[in-house]
Write a protein that binds this ligand. Structure first.
Ligand code: GLA
Length: 381
C-alpha cells in the first residue's frame, strides 16, 4: 500500500486524482495493559501495516466514503454526518468521529469530499485498525484544508473520535503509538501528560502475533466495565486515577478495598511499575528481563485483571515453553484477540507452526501466525 496504489484505487472509484494521500499504522501493545486511561505509562510499537486514505475536495457539500473492504460507497451530507452510522456503513463512524472532533480542538472541518480507505491490517488481531483509520483520516482532512496542528493534537483528535463518537472509553495508547511511531523503536507514553518518547528496539528480537480470531461477545461492554472498576477503585483509595497509588500504598490499603476492586487496582499499579522496569531493562540491553516482565504482565491479566481467556493463556504457556521466546502476553484490551511474543533467532517459522498445531489440537481451529515488523508513524504520503 503506497501513494501510487492508493491514488490509482481512488481514481478507479471517483474518476479523478486525490488531493491528498495519507497512511497510519496499526500498533502492538508491548507492555502496559489498561494503564493508559489510569494515567500510567505504556510501551507500544507501530507496525509496517496500516490504513491508507486518499481524499479530494468536492464543492457540492456531499461526503462520499468508499472502503476497499466493503467495496461500496456511503453517500452522506454534512447533516447526516452528525449521526452514528450502523450496519455496513458503521466503519464510517471513524472518519465521522474525526470530523466531529476537529472543532473541539479549534480546527476547521472540510465540507464536501470524496474519501477512499484501504487497509493491509489483519482484522480482529487487536492491532488497532480503528486508531489507524482515525489518524489517517485526521491527516487527510487537515491536510486538504491546509491545517497543520502539532502531532499531539492529531493524536488527541483520534482519541476524541473514539471516546465521544464511536463510544469506547479508551486511553491514548493506540492513537499515540500510531501517531508517534518510528521503525525500529517502541513508543513510550506517559499518559498523564501525555508525554511521548521513543526507545530503540533491542537488536535480535522479533515480534510474533498469534491471532486466535476469538472475541468475547461482550468485549466492548467488558472493556467499559474494567474502566469503571478502575475508576471506582481509585475513588475508594482516595485518588483521581490509579497512577497516584504506589505499590506500597496499595498493599497497605488492602483491607479497606473490596477483593475484586483490589485485584483490578493491583494489576494496574504493578503493571505501571512493570512498564518502568521494561524501559530500564531495554536501556540496559537486558532482553531476558524484558521478556520476563512481558510474561508477568500476562499472568497479571490472567489472574488479577481477568481480561484473558483460555485460548490466550494456552498460547502464552506454549510460547514461553518454546526455545528462543523471551516472553509472551496478550496484546490490547483482552477478552479474546491476539497474543504477542518477543523472540530471538532460535524461534522461527517451524517453532511458530508447532505452537499453532498444539493450539489447533486443543481448540479445533488454527490461530494465524503473523511475524511483525515495526514501521513509521502516521504521515501524509
Ligand atoms: C485497547 C484500548 C487502549 C488500551 C488497551 C489496553 O487497545 O484502545 O486504549 O486501554 O486496550 O491496554
Amino acid at each position: 500500500m503506497n501513494k501510487a496504489s492508493l491514488a490509482a484505487q481512488f481514481q478507479k472509484v471517483f474518476g479523478r486524482q486525490p488531493d491528498i494521500v495519507t497512511r497510519a499504522p496499526g500498533r502492538i501493545e508491548f507492555i502496559g495493559n489498561h494503564t493508559d486511561y489510569n494515567g500510567g505509562t505504556v510501551l507500544g510499537a507501530s507496525i509496517d501495516r496500516g490504513v491508507g486514505v486518499a481524499l479530494a475536495r468536492r464543492t457540492d457539500g456531499e461526503r462520499n466514503f468508499h472502503s476497499s473492504y466493503t467495496g461500496k460507497t456511503v453517500r452522506l451530507t454534512a447533516a447526516d454526518a452528525q449521526v452514528k452510522q450502523t450496519g455496513e456503513a458503521s466503519w464510517t463512524n471513524y472518519p465521522l468521529g474525526v470530523l466531529a472532533a476537529l472543532p473541539h480542538f479549534g480546527l476547521g472541518v472540510i465540507e464536501g469530499f470524496d474519501y477512499f480507505a484501504d487497509s493491509d491490517l489483519p482484522t480482529g488481531a487487536g492491532l488497532s485498525s480503528s486508531a489507524a483509520i482515525e489518524l489517517a483520516s485526521a491527516l487527510a482532512f487537515l491536510g486538504a484544508t491546509g491545517q497543520t496542528p502539532d502531532r499531539e493534537t492529531v493524536v488527541k483528535v483520534g482519541k476524541h473520535a473514539e471516546n465521544h463518537f464511536v463510544g469506547v472509553p479508551c486511553g491514548i495508547l493506540d492513537q499515540g503509538v500510531s501517531g508517534f511511531g518510528k521503525a525500529g523503536h517502541l513508543v513510550f507514553i506517559d499518559c498523564a501528560g501525555p508525554r511521548f518518547a521513543t526507545v530503540p528496539m533491542p537488536s535480535g528480537a522479533d515480534f510474533w502475533i498469534f491471532n486466535t480470531h476469538t472475541k468475547h461477545a461482550l468485549v466492548d461492554g467488558l472493556y467499559a466495565a474494567r474502566h469503571r472498576e478502575c475508576m471506582a477503585a481509585a475513588h475508594t483509595l482516595g485518588v483521581k486515577l490509579l497512577v497516584e497509588v504506589s505499590v506500597d500504598k496499595l498493599r497497605a490499603a488492602e483491607s479497606g478495598v473490596e477483593a475484586t476492586a483490589f485485584k483490578r487496582a493491583r494489576h494496574v499499579v504493578e503493571e505501571i511499575a512493570r512498564v518502568d522496569g521494561t524501559v530500564q531493562a531495554l536501556r540496559a540491553g537486558d532482553i531476558g528481563k524484558v521478556g520476563a516482565l512481558l510474561t508477568a504482565s500476562h499472568r497479571s491479566s490472567q489472574h488479577l485483571f481477568e481480561n484473558s481467556t483460555p485460548e490466550l493463556d494456552f498460547l502464552v504457556d506454549a510460547l514461553v515453553a518454546s526455545a528462543g521466546v523471551y516472553g509472551a502476553r496478550l496484546t490490547g484490551g483482552g477478552f479474546g484477540g491476539a497474543v504477542m511474543a518477543l523472540a530471538g533467532a532460535g524461534f522461527g517459522a517451524a517453532q511458530a507452526e508447532a505452537v499453532a498445531a498444539a493450539y489447533a489440537a486443543r481448540f479445533g481451529a488454527r490461530p494465524d501466525i503473523l511475524p511483525m515488523r515495526t514501521g513509521d508513524g502516521a504521515a501524509v504520503l
